[in-house]
Design a binder for this molecule. Structure first.
Ligand code: FHN
Length: 558
């Protein structure tokens, strides 16, 4: 396979993708088996860290906002995290049940956590001259975890990246993008050659970097490490080896690999007294993610002295205790066959189906009929203790209240066949987007550009967006859910740079040849709920906008 892959790389051809689709021209995918191995991991630690932790404000975004840029850029001179201990960080990840670690090696602020040959603005510029990236990579190897690198494509510090702080909304005079591309490609090469093999390259916020600059970088990565998994943020409109729903659990999807990235608190980087998710929220986030067939990259922001905050360490240990007791229902599984919902979520492998039950109706949980014979049912954490009945009306599961887990109670079913052969089964869902990965079309696309098509509003990536031409006051976005699906909620996520443009919307469903309005609102800022309706084709109809509407994500839920 590798020779064939290398040959394909040599002529710049793309291969059949990890999603099994026909060859793509705007991506060079990882081998399907590499993506499958990455999916088996299911659970990883994301780490956002840098001198900004001294301020308690958000990494990258606070530069030129809460902290003046010239002050922000000097933080490295007082960044001396003498309690940094990579082995301790990795031990915390391992205790949580995490199988890989992804570190922000360079965020939007341009600061590099490794001694790069290509810049002076790195860890060697301050009193703490150690190679953070190198030490963390070594600690992962020592403790049997995989290591990946986050690398921000946008760089609001570097003179040749055209956008600057605050928030990438200023222009840098004299910036030469080609020079920046050479710089960032060189740094990506440093990361994969010095610290590889890497489990993944986690690009972020490409902003002005498109396929012209981004695809050669992907090709270089493939040549250096053919099996590296690369996300869909290497350049604007990149399909990626996986999509990256952020701060929310992605939609159930057995075709497109995905990884939710989410913070254990609220901020990505260190923030004193930040609100932290409860044990139940943390575990249920993991369960809903793996139940939707995704990976969870769960983020901590270490303190300025180098430690991960003790209460976060404790919370991750609580997660790990649950994961350890339910490991076979998490690792190397795939989502389904029951889709996630308010009831819980399910995972499967071989002839086993794992029901992760979060909500009980009295003494039972009732699910739709399972089109397979259940040969046995046990509580994963206590032999026996579960009673399952297959009735015409559905699958009825009973577990003694004393044996339930407040976060999720896992019942293992052995069935008379291959669990992966079962079609996904819809359930009473809550908060699971039905549009992620759906086909989408629009009445207008900004300059007919491939970077702003309707598909960008249903790719689960808030970094990409559907955009319309300047001056557009009315437009529609249509999703094809592939089959008739019940919906009762719509969420319109306007692009963060132009929020408030959309002034009047309707949600319409195709009824025969006609379009029927099921909801209307004078803003896109709030979710729209409406009586459940079944349809395959559904439109976001924008009836009035101040200027060309642009939408990061359009979600429909049951
Ligand atoms: O702007 C960044 C943000 O700081 C954080 O790094 C997240 C993590 O996925 N990515 C960008 C926002 O989408």
């Amino acid at each position: 396979m590798r020779n064939l892959q290398a040959a394909a790389l040599a002529v710049g051809l793309a291969f059949s993708t990890a999603f099994g689709a026909a060859a793509q021209t705007n991506w060079i995918p990882a081998p399907a088996e590499a993506v499958a191995k990455w999916q088996d991991l299911r659970f990883g630690m994301f780490i956002h860290w840098g001198p900004v932790s001294l301020t308690g404000h958000e990494i990258g975004w606070s530069r030129g906002k809460e902290t003046p840029a010239e002050t922000y850029d000097k933080l490295v001179l007082s960044f001396n995290p003498t309690n940094f201990d990579a082995d301790a960080w990795v031990a915390t990840a391992k205790a949580a049940g995490m199988k890989y670690v992804v570190l922000t090696t360079k965020h939007h602020d341009g600061f590099c956590l490794w001694p790069s040959d290509l810049t002076e603005y790195d860890i060697a510029a301050g009193p703490f001259r150690r190679d953070i990236v190198g030490e963390l990579a070594a600690a992962c190897r020592k403790q049997g975890l995989l290591f990946g690198t986050y690398y921000s494509v946008c760089d609001w510090w570097h003179r040749d990246f055209p956008k600057g702080s605050p928030g990438g909304r200023t222009e840098k005079a004299g910036a030469v993008l080609d020079r920046y591309v050479e710089y960032y490609r060189g740094q990506v090469r440093e990361l994969v050659t010095r610290y590889g093999p890497l489990v993944s390259m986690w690009f972020d916020v490409p902003q002005v970097v498109g396929p012209t600059q981004g695809l050669p970088t992907v090709k270089m990565l493939r040549e250096l490490q053919p099996d590296i998994v690369i996300n869909n943020r290497a350049f604007s409109g990149a399909p990626g080896d996986h999509v990256t729903p952020e701060q929310r659990v992605g939609g159930f999807d057995m075709e497109r690999p995905w990884e939710t990235c989410m913070t254990i608190c609220r901020q990505w980087a260190w923030k004193p007294d930040d609100k932290m998710k409860s044990r139940e929220e943390c575990i249920q986030t993991l369960v809903r993610t793996v139940g939707g067939n995704g990976n969870l990259l769960f983020n901590v922001g270490p303190m300025p002295d180098g430690r991960i905050e003790p209460r976060q360490v404790e919370r991750l240990k609580e997660m790990g205790d649950w994961v350890a007791r339910h490991a076979e229902s998490v690792y190397e599984t795939r989502g389904g066959p029951y889709k996630p919902g308010t009831w819980g979520a399910s995972t499967r492998r071989g002839s086993s189906v794992y029901l992760h039950i979060m909500k009980w109706d009295g003494d039972a949980a009732v699910l739709p009929r399972l089109p397979a014979k259940v040969k046995s049912a046990v509580l994963l954490t206590a032999k026996g203790g579960a009673d399952v009945a297959q009735l015409d009306t559905g699958l009825v599961v009973r577990v003694d209240a004393a044996l339930r887990d407040a976060a999720a109670t896992v019942v293992k079913l052995e069935i008379d066949g291959d669990a992966m052969a079962l079609e996904p089964i819809a359930t009473a869902s809550g908060g699971t987007s039905l549009t992620t990965g759906a086909k989408a079309t629009a009445s207008n696309v900004f300059q007919k550009s491939g970077r702003y098509t309707a598909a960008m509003a249903v790719d689960g990536d808030p970094e990409t967006r559907w955009a319309t031409d300047a001056g557009t006051k009315q437009a529609w976005l249509e999703v094809d859910l592939r089959h008739e699906t019940e919906v009762s909620k719509a969420v319109v996520q306007e692009w963060e740079g132009d929020r408030g443009r959309i002034r009047k919307i309707e949600i319409r469903v195709k009824d025969g040849e006609a379009w029927k309005t099921v909801a209307a609102a004078d803003t896109a800022a709030k979710p729209l709920t409406f009586p459940p309706v079944k349809a395959r084709y559904i439109r976001l109809e924008i009836l009035d906008a101040k200027d060309g509407p642009t939408v990061e994500e359009f979600h429909l839920m049951k």
